[in-house]
Design a protein around this ligand. Sequence first.
Ligand code: PMT
Length: 396
Amino acid sequence: MELSGKHITLGVTGGIAAYKAAELVRLLIKQEATVQVAMTDAATHFITPVTFQALSGNPVFTDQWDARVANNMAHIDLSRKADVLLVAPASADFLAKLANGLADDLLSTLALARDCPLLVAPAMNLQMWEKPATQRNIARLHDDSIAILGPASGDQACGENGLGRMIEAEEIVAEVIAHFQPKLLRGKKVLLTAGPTFEAIDPVRGITNLSSGKMGFAVARAAQEAGAQVTLVCGPVCQPTPRGVKRIDVTSALEMHAAVLQCAATQDVFIGVAAVADYRPKNAAEHKIKKDGSAIAPIELVLNPDILADVAALPTPPFCVGFAAESRNLEEYAQNKRAAKNIPLIVGNLIQHGFGGDDNTLILFDNDGRLALAPAPKLELARQLVARIAHLLENR
Ligand code: PMT
């Protein structure tokens, strides 16, 4: 599990999004974190401490003078145990206190007394979020190295629509998990491709393949968690975009080629995870091809440009990583592709392992030889791949 052994102190402040904090506790516990909840007085008007106690399995603290803590220093006790202090939802009032170092209740006092990182997920009405005072406070929190998660835009409890919603509990958990990953690619720009391409035959039919995008999205998330600025160019897939990743949707190999080549020269790393169609119909029919009982006219195919090879051939190319999915002779074919495309690293996977599923098995081929990664979920493998790329980049 992603958060085993981690102690998270969760601060809940007063806002309607407090009810989502209950789901957040459940998801953190599911990842095997130990969760200790501290609530402001205002938060207890929206949701009771009993709910959090039942979900976390730990007593909930609301009072600075809680006699259950032997030395009467709940603020010190709760912060010293924590690997991270997470405040979700964080109200406008609480952010203002944080920005000014106020400590007039348990949660604000423990935030000031903490010696662990602080992550906050703002939640408030659109007007409150947009006020210069709130924006000044947010800027100051940025300067103080406090991580601001969100807010999101959308429908608000007050009936308005806009920025100010707390990001979803699953997204907060992903941010907490990312927080604990080593920042091996901090400051690097990483460009990736993912998913299949779709090469039109007519307006409704085309040539494509079974790539789900899962492997490419996992690598994008792992690179983002490692501190990189990530751009993901993807074919038609149904995958949620990892938070913080810039996503560019394309359909065909030609579109993918154009989107990649437009920004490849400014990147530090390019990773081609997409299963790009090698060929496309020379002329897509303008209208749906009708079945008229006669023999099917053959579809003339032309070769698509090789995106990875073109990036690798740039005058100062980024560090290029290819993927190879094979049904047999994996090592030989993968090595041949690495040589043909003139790239430093290629990642081999068997079609029966790689396509579609949640898990995979990878073999990495580079100048140092081969490195086999044991079967694991795609995200776990993606993190190992990112670590290898960071190592090779450093020793280039
Ligand atoms: O999406 P999933 O369901 O999770 O599946 C993941 C995957 C199996 C698709 C992925 O792990 C993978 O192996 N992708 C590469 C598939 C492949 O075999 O590609 P290829 O042999 O056609 O190309 C080799 C490399 O050149 C790849 O990095 C590819 O992105 C790139 N290429 C290929 C053709 C082309 N015209 N342009 C390219 O950039």
